[in-house]
Design a protein around this ligand. Sequence first.
Ligand SMILES: Cc1cc2nc3c(=O)[nH]c(=O)nc-3n(C[C@H](O)[C@H](O)[C@H](O)COP(=O)(O)OP(=O)(O)OC[C@H]3O[C@@H](n4cnc5c(N)ncnc54)[C@H](O)[C@@H]3O)c2cc1C
Length: 272
Amino acid sequence: MDFNQAYSSDQQAFRVAVRTWLEHNAPKGLRIPPDGRPLDEETQRTVKDFRRQLGAQGWLAPSWPREFGGGAMSPAFESIIMEEIQRIDLPSMGDNNRWIPAMMVWGTEEQKRRYITPALHGETITWQAFNEPDSGSDLAGVRTTAVLEGEVYRINGRKHYITGRFDPDYLWTLAVTDPERPRRLNLGMFMVDARLAGIRIETQRLLMGSERRVYLEDVVVPADCLVGLPFQGWEIAQTILESERGGYTLRGNEDETAASIERFLREERERS
Ligand SMILES: Cc1cc2nc3c(=O)[nH]c(=O)nc-3n(C[C@H](O)[C@H](O)[C@H](O)COP(=O)(O)OP(=O)(O)OC[C@H]3O[C@@H](n4cnc5c(N)ncnc54)[C@H](O)[C@@H]3O)c2cc1C
């Protein structure tokens, strides 16, 4: 059986057009540290500018609806764009998109426009900040709290092993909204503006690579950044984990992640 994908002449012509556009517009000579450290400011700016150019054409999510910043294209055209982008040496951005399918399911129309459209236009970066020092596999055990005070929530907690090479605009995070309710029915899902007072981010150097630690200390967020009901966070997390663990989601290229691990190991061997 032949598993190779066959492209029509229209699609092949489109591939040539995409490749030519990328050759002219993709950034060259980027400084991408192989160990996963945050990118320097200039590299971030260059890549973000390029992402905005991709997003303006709907190329960050080619098969998604245009009203949310997608390209409204068929899967074959999407594959062509993704394959051509993957030929370029760019820092991995796969983690930036994981929340979007869940926001499509659970967000209000206003929230979808507020968060998804700028993300697919390449204007915002969102980290998925779920994991905590005492709740990894046992995600329902998160200890971060979000206490409702009138029109705002006050959030306190710590998130560890969070992936993000670009400075974030948002943190997509789980917190306990009602400690009196049973496990899994006591969580809320929040989209937190990452520049709010009380948020501190550190780099966590690992044996192989590095991740981030996020500290939230008395972070006051408007109540409308809660997605779904105050006790639906667990259900929403399942939507994300289902697509992360093999369902269809926005495609992210992890080839560069694998290549960067290989580069890191080579450099470590040369150093020792
Ligand atoms: C490179 C990297 C990037 C990451 N990026 C992110 C990110 O962007 N956002 C984020 O939220 N998190 C991130 N994480 C965290 C990741 O979600 C957690 O590492 C993961 O949930 C596992 O948690 P843990 O490391 O605390 O392991 P633990 O939960 O302590 O588990 C350790 C081992 O015990 C096993 N185990 C645990 N409980 C049981 C049980 N009940 N029965 C049998 N076996 C069990 C596990 O399978 C595992 O093998 C990242 C982690 C890494 C390593």
